[in-house]
Ligand binder design. Structure first.
Ligand SMILES: C[S@@+](CC[C@H](N)C(=O)[O-])C[C@H]1O[C@@H](n2cnc3c(N)ncnc32)[C@H](O)[C@@H]1O
Length: 285
């Protein structure tokens, strides 16, 4: 049913670790814009095309969902599932303003897909999951659910992290920066997340009846003043204060970090190695 929103399960967890504030929503928009070319290339590899049913798990405010809805067109459908009612409302507002008729929004836990999407067995052509597996405590449950929802021959396309904390570095290295990155990883793990998830996902997919067709990584660097510099910049703005609130760093750590980042931002000789974004396409056998 177009635009339906199911009720979340009663044991639904609290919001994901990065939160669902207006700042986080804006950050997700910038992030999508900067990574949309990679997303489109992956969708082409996964064979997304008009008329298909695409499931966008952990869709957030739906930046990718809206692009996918344009690609599958009026004869196709995109189902966006997220645990955040606030993000799904933003997706609804955008879909209505842009007159999309082919997007369903489902409020639910992607680790309980059978409950979130009853009656969808063997019905999905392509699943897209970007930056959601790294926040989940039960990723195997998602893969099990997908093995039931995806049609035989259908695909799963994922973009997510591996080796996040070691790879994400300022060059030259700076002490307060490194401390904050370690705290980011610790905060995700404290909520059951895993910054190394893309090392484990191929095995989970194979164990649940998928074949891995494509596995690669996009490793970018950014220099001060470049557009890509604003990707990590927007993440610090929305998340470093939360790290203090959650007790993973002190206010002094935050200040030291801000000073280092401000100095790096003025230094044309420095660069940041961004978190490597791993991608895969798997086919249900
Ligand atoms: C970093 S955002 C990514 C959003 C979107 N995939 C994108 O690439 O722009 C992670 C999203 O996963 C959602 N999420 C986290 N855990 C979830 C769960 N267990 N079930 C459903 N959604 C979840 C969050 O609410 C958030 O919208």
């Amino acid at each position: 049913m177009p635009g339906t929103t199911a009720q979340p399960p009663s044991n639904h967890p609290a919001e994901y670790v990065l939160g669902t504030s207006a700042d986080e929503s804006v950050r997700l928009g910038l992030q999508h814009r900067l990574w949309s070319a990679s997303a489109h290339q992956l969708w082409e590899k996964a064979g997304v095309r008009p008329g298909q049913t695409v499931l966008d798990i952990g869709c957030g405010p739906g930046h990718a969902t809206l692009d996918l809805a344009q690609i599958v067109g009026p004869t196709g459908r995109v189902i966006g599932v997220d645990e955040s009612a606030a993000f799904l409302k933003q997706l609804n507002d955008q879909a209505q303003a842009r007159k999309f008729q082919n997007i369903d929004r489902v409020l639910g836990d992607v680790q309980e897909l059978d409950a979130a999407l009853p009656g969808h067995e063997d019905s999905i052509d392509v699943v897209y999951a970007r930056w959601v597996f790294c926040f989940l405590s039960k990723p195997e449950e998602v893969v099990r659910g997908l093995s039931r929802m995806v049609k035989p021959g259908g695909r799963v396309a994922v973009q997510d992290y591996f080796n996040y904390e070691r790879a994400l570095t300022l060059a030259p290295r700076r002490e307060a920066f490194t401390k904050v990155i370690q705290a980011v990883g610790a905060s995700w793990r404290a909520r059951g997340g895993d910054t190394d998830i893309m090392g484990k996902l191929p095995g989970m997919l194979v164990a649940n009846g998928f074949r891995i067709d494509h596995l690669d990584v996009v490793q970018r660097i950014a220099r001060p003043g470049s557009t890509m510099w604003y990707w990590p910049n927007s993440f610090w703005q929305s998340f470093v204060p939360r790290l203090v609130e959650m007790g993973f760093i002190t206010a002094e750590d935050e200040k030291a970090f801000e000073q280092e980042w401000a100095a790096a931002s003025q230094d044309p000789a420095t660069f940041i190695q961004l978190p490597p974004v791993y991608e895969l396409v798997a086919t249900r056998i």
